[in-house]
Design a binder for this molecule. Structure first.
Ligand SMILES: [Zn+2]
Length: 166
């Protein structure tokens, strides 16, 4: 996944030797670092969990969450597959990272704040726009129908591929 070396604003500024408020731009209770901003903060976890539910995943206990665990989980569930559903999983992952980073920057540089639901709205809007107007099709299955109905994406469902034994 391309975000492995992502570095957020305060981490980078600290690396330059400049004093900066160490508290998280979202919750203002923990030290802000890359892991906390993406997976550890209550703000990010709300966004992340909401978006995972939108693609049909429910996650376990929060105490298991750490950078390596989460990125490995994403690689295992999102990267290994060439279906349209997997493309949407990867779009959701990338859009979550981008919009959390964007929201953090807005707070640091512009002192403007969005709620978790506003961030989620931007993520879903980006993904719908990315898919709008494309001639999409996928294999017909209950899982695919639920996913694309949940997103309100128009798509052609093709009969499942029939394999014959020889
Ligand atoms: Zn936080």
């Amino acid at each position: 996944m391309p975000c492995m070396s992502i570095e957020f604003v305060k981490s980078r500024i600290r690396d330059w030797g400049i004093e900066v408020d160490p508290l998280c731009s979202f919750c203002r209770t923990s030290v802000e670092d890359d892991f906390h901003l993406i997976f550890g903060c209550c703000f990010s976890q709300f966004v992340w969990r909401y978006m995972l539910r939108c693609i049909g995943f429910t996650r376990g206990a929060l105490r298991d969450w750490d950078w390596d665990f989460e990125t490995s989980w994403c690689i295992n569930h999102f990267q290994q597959g060439d279906s349209l559903a997997h493309s949407i999983y990867r779009l959701v992952f990338n859009a979550c990272i981008y919009h959390l980073w964007y929201e953090c920057n807005k707070r640091v540089f512009n002192s403007t704040f969005s709620t978790e639901m506003q961030v989620i709205s931007r993520i879903t809007q980006d993904i719908r726009l990315k898919l709008a107007g494309q001639n999409l099709w996928t294999e017909d299955s209950n899982k695919n129908r639920q996913l694309f109905n949940r997103w309100g994406i128009n798509i052609d469902f093709l009969p499942p591929h029939v394999r014959t034994c020889t």
